[in-house]
Design a protein around this ligand. Structure first.
Ligand SMILES: *[C@@H]1O[C@H](CO)[C@@H](O)[C@H](O)[C@H]1NC(C)=O
Ligand SMILES: *[C@@H]1O[C@H](CO)[C@@H](O)[C@H](O)[C@H]1NC(C)=O
Ligand SMILES: *[C@@H]1O[C@H](CO)[C@@H](O)[C@H](O)[C@H]1NC(C)=O
Ligand SMILES: *[C@@H]1O[C@H](CO)[C@@H](O)[C@H](O)[C@H]1NC(C)=O
Ligand SMILES: *[C@@H]1O[C@H](CO)[C@@H](O)[C@H](O)[C@H]1NC(C)=O
Length: 519
């Protein structure tokens, strides 16, 4: 089915003020009138119409669209002339690899209309709010030099990196690769800037240090995750370009593989329990979850498995393939040490995600709504909540399934690679506006380009790089950034999340009461 919605969305022209609120179909309405049969008709139809074609179209890669290929093969039209810039490795030695000089330096897409970005992009304004009135001085930015892993300088469309220290695995390299691809997707659109980037797990800039009468401005620091009490500026993590150390391919490829596999088993034919597999050792929270595993005495409806990454790595990752993990009706998400890159893989399955209340968040998780995109599980009541969720879902198949589909639809609509890049672009543009100094390339910084990064390496990292390489500038404009929330709007949004959760807690209390009365 052609995606009507997608087409009409594309018609929104530049300057149009229509704000399409992504992923905000109405769950509070859904909950209020929660009579099992009624609500879902509309919900479910929309989901089934959400076409795979439109997803692939943009998702495969910004460079080549599926439709374009199809048209070419049919031979009915002249194939559009699209220049592709492939990896040009001229020398196997890093030292002597040159950066190409023929890549376009301007972004001039054929299409002149822009869609409005997903709702969660509004958090860009929130993340930058601390510097909105004061701006950012060089002195302030450089205050994080001792904790940052690298400094990124963008100057005339080129990326320069000053490395301070090495993070775990190749997090910095993956992140820099992503930034280079952004520069290729939107040549000339990323403004000159300097920023500090931090690659470890937990947020570091704490609000409480910058409050009170004597308070100084917090330093701006880019990072993958934040929490309620932090001021880190959120940026997509490396895993979107793959995580070769644990055999995870690029997000585009992984998503496609998960979708393919998930199609094979319908929700109602999946195993009617809640599944989780991972490394429980990284947080007390995960260890605590393990107590919900089924035993002879108690069945909390959870099926939990330990992933031994070291053993998996030796055996070629045969038992950890993400696409093989969509055979249960319910999938549990639980954070690790901080945010977990697994959120998107779990949500992609079309199973119902039972999300243990995250304390940390990545850039897109903030836009997700309980009972619409996932089923919330309380941190301090995990086993009972899981038991209830599974019971309830198995007795309300259509509704539980719709929540699962709501989650994967959120990804389909809001987390295509194009939007990941758009998020980075808007964030960098808005950030650069705040700088009160002229960016400079520091002594000792290295200029990076796709060739100098990819040519010297081989193996799975190289494969991920080739798979995620942007081969030509985007055919379309970046989406247009929605305005900041006004305080009242933000309050309503947060309240909506809380209300959905509260209502669920009420049902559950009733369920346990009834159960106790029967016994
Ligand atoms: C690859 O790079 C070399 C050296 O910079 C250049 O001479 C050659 O034309 C490039 N090839 C392509 C296909 O761009
Ligand atoms: C690679 O670099 C080395 C060292 O400069 C040079 O001798 C060699 O000719 C180069 N190879 C190619 C294919 O350009
Ligand atoms: C946020 O993370 C920091 C550690 O990075 C931690 O100290 C703090 O307690 C966390 N805040 C909340 C609300 O959990
Ligand atoms: C949970 O129980 C299953 C079945 O008894 C078992 O195979 C699995 O190893 C258990 N998981 C954990 C984390 O103990
Ligand atoms: C949340 O619930 C309260 C009390 O039931 C209600 O007054 C309020 O309008 C709800 N807010 C939203 C955003 O749904």
């Amino acid at each position: 089915m052609e995606d009507e919605e997608e087409r009409s969305r594309r018609k929104i022209g530049p300057g149009s003020h229509e704000v399409r609120r992504h992923g905000s179909s109405n769950s509070s309405r859904l909950l209020k009138s929660w009579t099992p049969a009624a609500i879902f008709a509309s919900f479910v139809t929309i989901i089934f119409c959400g076409s795979v074609v439109s997803w692939l179209d943009i998702f495969i890669f910004p460079g080549v669209s599926l439709r374009q290929i199809v048209t070419d093969k049919s031979g009915q039209r002249e194939p559009p002339q699209k220049m592709e810039f492939l990896l040009n490795c001229t020398n196997s030695s890093t030292m002597h690899q040159t950066c190409p000089t023929n890549y376009p330096t301007k972004h001039e897409p054929e299409e002149s209309y822009a869609v409005v970005c997903p709702e969660y992009f509004r958090w860009i304004h929130e993340d930058l709010r601390p510097w909105k009135s004061t701006g950012i001085t060089r002195e302030l930015m450089e205050r994080t030099k001792h904790i940052a892993h690298f400094r990124l300088v963008i100057m005339n469309g080129k990326a320069y990196i000053e490395h301070f220290k090495r993070p775990f695995q190749t997090r910095d390299v993956g992140t820099i690769w992503g930034i280079l691809q952004l520069l290729r997707l939107y040549p000339g659109r990323v403004p000159d800037l300097e920023l500090m980037f931090y690659c470890n797990d937990r947020p570091v800039i704490m609000k409480s240090h910058y409050q009170g009468p004597e308070a100084v401005s917090p330093p701006p620091l880019f990072h993958y995750c934040g929490n309620e009490t932090s001021l880190d500026i959120l940026f997509p993590d490396w895993s979107f370009w793959g995580w070769h150390e644990v055999n995870i391919r690029t997000w585009a490829n992984t998503y496609r593989a998960i979708k393919e596999k998930a199609k094979e088993i319908e929700w109602k034919d999946r195993i009617p329990y809640a599944y989780w597999k991972g490394n429980p050792g990284v947080s007390p929270n995960r260890l605590d979850l393990m107590t919900c595993n089924a035993t002879d005495k108690h069945d909390w409806n959870a099926r939990l498995y330990v992933q031994n990454w070291a053993a998996e790595s030796r055996k070629g990752f045969k038992e950890s393939r993400l696409e093989d993990q969509c055979i249960h009706r319910y999938k549990i998400f639980v954070e690790g040490k901080a945010w977990s890159v697994s959120d998107k893989y779990i949500l992609a399955c079309d199973s119902t995600t039972l999300m243990i209340e995250p304390v940390y968040r990545d850039f897109f998780l903030r836009g997700m709504i309980p009972m619409e995109h996932y089923w919330p599980i309380r941190l301090n009541n995990k086993c009972r909540d899981i038991k209830f969720a599974v019971e309830w879902g198995n007795n309300h198949i259509k509704e539980a399934q719709a929540i699962g589909e709501g989650g994967s639809r959120f990804l389909e609509e809001n987390l295509r690679m194009k939007y990941v890049y758009d998020y980075m672009l808007h964030l960098l543009i808005e950030y650069a506006k705040l700088l009160k100094f002229k960016p400079e390339v520091p002594v000792g910084a290295t200029v990076y380009c796709t060739e100098t990064m990819a040519c010297p390496i081989s193996g799975p990292f190289r494969t991920n790089m080739e798979d995620s390489m942007v081969k030509s500038p985007s055919k379309s404009l970046p989406c247009t950034l929605p305005p900041p929330y006004d305080p009242r709007e933000l309050q309503v949004f947060m309240e909506r999340k809380r209300n959905n959760t509260r209502l669920l807690e009420m049902w559950e209390a009733e369920y346990w009461n009834n159960l106790n009365r029967k016994q």
